[in-house]
Design a protein around this ligand. Structure first.
Ligand code: CAA
Length: 241
């Protein structure tokens, strides 16, 4: 049976790798993105996966965007809440705007996307919701009070909603990537990345986006039907829960 998957923030970084891996696994895939038209066009040209533009931080835009995707591909079976941003800064310098933007995208975005899709999954008695949280939601990270709070919130969301979905055939799981070699991580000051972060990773390297994508494909599969409410960590041993 061909499933329909939607990956938010799916034109770059981890999201792009997830979208491609889901397509390769046989799903019909759509991605959303918020702002970078050029990257979206390049992604679609390369992969044949259509990209839809809206902000996950806006509930009404999510409702409209989801309706567009479902009109094109059919009801969404697999939702990957991947869209996320950083606005790093030490707490004493953190602005209210940097707090709000990160919470709106990384935490409220998960609500805004899942809430409109959930009733359809319930009525069809099948669904896969996979939330891309972070190692920094598990352990906390200096310079990321906003991001760590949002990603920890995603874990609470996952655990609670899993209990509501379990008897309806819907699984809800989280993945906590460690430091993956994407633009987001490359934006960290080089000295901090090389001297503070990489030495903390026992496998001795950044992760690859495809290593996270393979976790998503497994959790999205029918084989993973008994796994719900779980947090899958993929961080090269940097933080052992
Ligand atoms: N781990 C350990 N030490 C860190 C650190 C980190 N992640 N980030 C900063 N530090 C240290 C710095 O090395 C520095 O220490 P020294 O003076 O001993 O060298 C001290 O903290 C102050 O740092 P800065 O001089 O860089 O201070 P700043 O005010 O210019 O910038 C900052 C602060 C914005 C937090 C900047 O250091 C930074 O961006 N750090 C990285 C934060 C981080 O890890 N972000 C993760 C982004 S990737 C991501 O979020 C994806 C994911 O899910 C994992």
């Amino acid at each position: 049976m061909t499933r329909v998957a939607l990956v938010t923030g799916g034109t770059r970084g981890i999201g792009a790798a997830i979208a491609v891996a889901l397509k390769d696994s046989g799903a019909r895939v759509a991605v959303s993105y918020a702002g970078n038209d050029e990257a979206a066009a390049a992604f679609s040209a390369k992969t044949g996966i259509k990209a839809y533009k809206w902000s996950v931080a806006d509930y009404d835009e999510c409702v409209t965007g989801i309706a567009d995707v479902e009109a094109d591909l059919g009801p969404i079976d697999i939702l990957v809440n991947n869209a996320g941003i950083t606005r790093d800064g030490m707490f004493h310098k953190l602005t209210r705007e940097a707090w709000r933007e990160v919470i709106d995208t990384n935490l409220n975005g998960v609500f805004n996307m899942t809430h409109p899709i959930w009733p359809g999954m319930r009525s069809r008695k099948f669904g896969r919701v996979i939330n891309i949280s972070s190692i920094n939601g598990q352990k906390g990270q200096m310079g990321q009070v906003n991001y760590s709070a949002s990603k920890a919130g995603d874990l609470g969301f996952t655990k609670a909603l899993a209990q509501e979905g379990a008897f309806m055939g819907i699984t809800v799981n989280a993945i906590c990537p460690g430091y993956i070699g994407t633009e987001m991580v490359r934006a960290i000051p080089e000295k901090v990345l090389n001297e503070k972060i990489i030495p903390q990773i026992p496998v001795g390297r950044l992760g690859e986006p495809e290593e996270i994508a393979r976790c998503v494909v497994f959790l999205a599969s029918d084989d993973a039907g008994f796994i719900t409410g779980s947090t899958l960590t993929a961080n090269g041993g940097q933080f052992v829960v």
